[in-house]
Design a protein around this ligand. Structure first.
Ligand code: AMP
Ligand code: MN
Ligand code: MN
Ligand code: MN
Length: 283
């Protein structure tokens, strides 16, 4: 069913979104989503809440997460869908991946202090609900509120991306581990928003090939941060690599995201929707 209104990528207060899992479930339902997954960064402690909320609304649900991976000196995000959220190896792998976020954040704040922006760690913490999951998004919210920048895009452009004064490189999970944790917990691994990485064509080819070799099965073709030209480009990549296609807004909160829950166009009819691989994993 390529026309199913599936939204398989978004964030709650359990990572760097601004709505609770329950509020997201209600918003997804109200927006006409027919299959939903909450995919918090490196964290699945919100899964039972999301699942219970979705069940109360008769909204079909797939478990989800978005794992931070280091690949070729860059950060890549791998979405996992439809896994057992009690799987011990997955829980442990994610816990290890979260480790170090706090130290990295202290270092980011120290660098920002050196360019004349004091108190960024404490400022960012005001936006954090899960102390293990301080993210660049929390810094961005604080720097906008403090009047340093006019919006989050400007914060990322000036301070929080590679080569800018508040950027601290970090070693995340390996591609092999992230895919393995998801697959061994019964789920499907998905390359998230592939157009957002600054890979050259050789590295991108390596990412897709290695991802497949490790057992990855899908790629996000439709996401809030892909233009229609990028969606068309990755539809071709999905076909070329024999990968299924996913669709997810990457919604982080009202007024903050390119795309609301359930608002993406339908998938190209030539693609195999990732949810066809997950029929038995739907709650
Ligand atoms: P982290 O996992 O701490 O490196 O933070 C990554 C998060 O920052 C992403 O998941 C987004 O929520 C946010 N982010 C990254 N780049 C941008 C951007 N250009 N504009 C707005 N938010 C961004
Ligand atoms: Mn995020
Ligand atoms: Mn991402
Ligand atoms: Mn995301």
């Amino acid at each position: 069913m390529p026309t199913l209104n599936a939204d398989l990528h978004c964030h709650s207060t359990v990572s760097d979104g601004t709505l609770t899992p329950e509020a997201l479930a209600a918003r997804a339902k109200a927006n006409g989503v027919e299959l939903w997954a909450l995919t918090d960064h490196d964290e699945i402690s919100g899964q039972q809440r999301a699942l219970d909320a979705a069940r109360a609304l008769a909204l079909p649900y797939l478990t989800g997460t978005e794992i931070s991976v280091s690949f070729c000196e860059l950060t890549v995000h791998i979405v996992g869908l439809g896994f057992d959220h009690h799987n011990a190896a997955l829980l442990q792998g994610l816990q290890r991946t979260r480790c170090g976020r706090s130290e990295r954040a202290q270092e980011m704040a120290e660098q920002l202090r050196r360019v004349g922006i004091p108190g960024a760690f404490e400022g960012a913490l005001k936006y954090v609900s899960n102390p293990e999951l301080i993210s660049r998004a929390h810094f961005a919210r604080h720097l906008v509120e403090a009047g340093v920048c006019k919006d989050m895009q400007e914060v990322f452009r000036k301070y929080l991306t590679d080569g800018k004064p508040g950027f601290v490189p970090h070693r995340w999970a390996s591609l092999r581990d992230a895919v393995r944790w998801i697959v061994e917990a019964g789920g499907v691994a998905v390359i998230a928003h592939p157009a957002r990485y600054n890979h050259g064509p050789t590295q991108e080819y390596a990412l897709f090939s290695e991802f497949k070799a490790h057992g990855g099965q899908a790629v996000e073709v439709l996401t809030g941060c892909h233009s229609s030209a990028e969606a068309a480009q990755y539809a071709e990549m999905a076909l070329e690599f024999g990968l299924a296609a996913s669709r997810g807004s990457d919604f982080h909160g009202p007024g903050e995201s390119h795309c609301d829950l359930g608002a993406l166009p339908p998938l190209d009819a030539r693609l195999r929707p990732v949810w066809e691989l997950l029929v038995e994993r739907v709650h």
